[in-house]
Design a protein around this ligand. Structure first.
Ligand SMILES: NC(=O)c1ccc[n+]([C@@H]2O[C@H](COP(=O)([O-])OP(=O)(O)OC[C@H]3O[C@@H](n4cnc5c(N)ncnc54)[C@H](OP(=O)(O)O)[C@@H]3O)[C@@H](O)[C@H]2O)c1
Length: 385
C-alpha cells in the first residue's frame, strides 16, 4: 500500500517541487493539498494528481474554488486546513506553508501522531519546545526538509550519543555577501530577490539576503537535534555545495555535499528511512573547482545576531523575532521599508517586548499578535516619517 501523503502549501516553491518528486514515487499517494489563495492553481494540481480533497486558507478563494470545482471537497479557512489534516487518514504530512501560519497545521499533524516532513521552519522557531514535546508525546517523527537540516539529519544518523561536538550550518551569504552597511542603504527588492544559488519563495529569499534565514535555521537546528546554541556555528560558503557539517569528539569533521536542488532533501524526507533515485545532476567536484568558506559579518547582517540573542533569551523571544521579521519582510517586499530597516524593526520590537515564559500554544499566539502590532507600528512610523 502506498503511503498516504498530504501536502500543505502545494502551490509554493517547495510544494511544487514535492509534487514533482511524488510523480516519480509509486510508494506515495497524495490524498490532500492546500494553499492560501491560489485556488485555480490548486485545482489544477488536484486534477493532475487525482486528489479529491483540497483546502484554501483564504475563505473567499475557497468559495470560488467550491463553485468552480466539482471533482471533490473544498475545505475553507484555518479550521478547514486542520480538518484536511485530521480527517485525511494520512501517514505523512509535508508542511510547506510559509511563515508562522504553518504552526497550527504542524500541531494538528503531530497531535494526531502523523509523521511530519517539515519545510516550515517557522513552526520550530515559534513553538520549538512545545512542538518537539508534542511529537515525543504522540510518537510522531519530524523529518526536516531544509537542506542544511536534512544534511545534519543524515550526518548525525549513525553517530552514537555524546560523540558530536559541534554542528556547522553553511550559508550562501545571499546576494549581498561582502557588502558594507553603506552599500546596502539603497538596495532594491529586485536585487534582494536575486539569490545567487537557490530558487525559492519570496519570503525565504529575503530572509537569505538579510541572513535571518540562517538565524531561523540556528533555532530550528537547536530544537530538531537538541544541540545547545553554543555548539552550533555558521560559516559562509558561497557555492552552496556543502550543506552542513558535524564535528566529532575524535577530531573528524563530516560534511554533506551536493548541488543545490531542493528535490534531494524533499525526496529524503518523503521516503525516510528509505532512499530512492532522484534524477538530479551528480556532483562533479573537478567541475566545481573550488569550495570557499568565510566568517559571517554579523555587524552588517544584524538579523543573524538578533536571532542568536532571541534564541538565548528563549521563551517568547523567538516568536517575537519571527513575527516582527514577517511584518518587516512583507513591508520591504511591498516597498514600504528599506532593506536595512528590516533589522531595525525587529530589534526595536524585541526591545519593546521582553521575553516571557511560554505556557501554551495560546500564549504563543498572543505573543505573535502583540509583536505583529508593534512591528506594524514601527513600519508605519518609518513609512510616514
Ligand atoms: N523554497 C525553498 O527552497 C525552501 C528551502 C528550505 C526551506 N523552505 C521553507 O519552506 C517553507 C515554504 O517556502 P516556499 O519558498 O515554498 O514558500 P512559497 O513559495 O511562498 O509558498 C508558500 C506556500 O504556502 C501557502 N501559504 C502562504 N501563506 C499561507 C497561509 N497564511 N496559510 C496557509 N497557506 C499559506 C502558499 O499558498 P498561495 O500560493 O495560495 O499563496 C504556498 O502554497 C518556508 O517555511 C521556507 O522557509 C523553503
Amino acid at each position: 500500500m502506498p503511503r498516504r501523503l498530504v501536502i500543505l502549501g502545494s502551490t509554493g516553491s517547495i510544494g511544487t517541487q514535492a509534487l514533482d518528486v511524488v510523480q516519480r514515487a509509486p510508494d506515495l499517494s497524495v490524498v490532500a493539498l492546500s494553499a492560501d489563495g491560489a485556488w485555480e492553481e490548486l485545482i489544477g494540481q488536484a486534477r493532475e494528481h487525482g486528489v479529491r480533497r483540497i483546502a484554501l486558507s483564504d475563505v473567499d478563494a475557497a468559495a470560488r474554488a467550491a463553485e468552480a470545482w466539482t471533482g471533490g471537497d473544498v475545505l475553507s479557512g484555518p479550521d478547514g486546513l486542520v480538518r484536511l489534516i485530521t480527517e485525511s487518514n494520512a501517514d505523512l504530512v509535508l508542511n510547506a506553508i510559509v511563515g508562522s501560519a504553518g504552526l497550527v497545521p504542524t500541531v494538528a499533524a503531530l497531535g494526531e501522531g502523523i509523521d511530519l516532513a517539515l519545510a516550515n521552519k517557522e513552526s520550530l522557531v515559534v513553538g520549538g519546545e512545545l512542538v518537539t514535546q508534542l511529537a515525543e508525546a504522540t510518537g510522531a517523527t519530524i523529518i526536516p526538509v531544509d537542506s542544511e537540516h536534512s544534511a545534519l539529519h543524515q550526518l548525525l544518523g549513525s553517530e552514537p550519543p555524546g560523540t558530536v561536538d559541534r554542528l556547522i550550518l553553511t550559508a550562501s551569504g545571499g546576494p549581498f555577501r561582502g557588502r558594507s552597511a553603506a552599500e546596502l542603504q539603497d538596495v532594491t527588492v529586485e536585487q534582494a530577490l536575486a539569490h545567487p544559488t537557490w530558487d525559492m519563495g519570496g519570503k525565504i529569499t529575503i530572509d537569505s539576503a538579510t541572513l535571518m534565514n540562517k538565524g531561523l535555521e540556528l533555532i530550528e537546528a537547536h530544537h530538531l537535534f537538541g544541540t545547545p546554541y553554543e555548539q552550533i556555528d555558521v560559516v559562509v560558503h558561497p557555492q552552496s555545495i556543502v550543506h552542513s557539517l558535524i564535528q566529532l569528539c575524535d577530531g573528524a569533521t563530516l560534511a554533506h555535499l551536493g548541488y543545490p536542488d531542493m528535490r534531494v532533501p524533499i525526496a529524503y524526507a518523503l521516503h525516510y528511512p528509505d532512499r530512492v533515485d532522484v534524477p538530479v545532476a551528480r556532483l562533479d567536484l573537478a567541475a566545481v573547482g573550488s569550495l570557499t568558506f568565510e566568517p559571517v559579518d554579523e555587524e552588517t547582517f544584524a538579523c543573524l545576531r538578533l536571532a542568536r540573542e532571541a534564541a538565548r533569551a528563549a521563551g517568547t523571544a523567538p516568536c517575537t523575532l519571527n513575527a516582527a521579521n514577517e511584518v518587516a519582510v512583507h513591508a520591504f517586499l511591498s516597498g514600504r521599508l528599506r532593506f536595512l530597516e528590516i533589522a531595525s524593526v525587529i530589534e526595536e520590537t524585541l526591545e519593546s517586548l521582553p521575553a516571557s515564559t511560554v505556557h501554551s500554544f495560546d500564549s504563543l499566539a498572543a505573543a505573535d499578535g502583540q509583536a505583529r502590532r508593534i512591528a506594524s507600528e514601527l513600519v508605519n512610523a518609518r513609512t510616514t516619517a
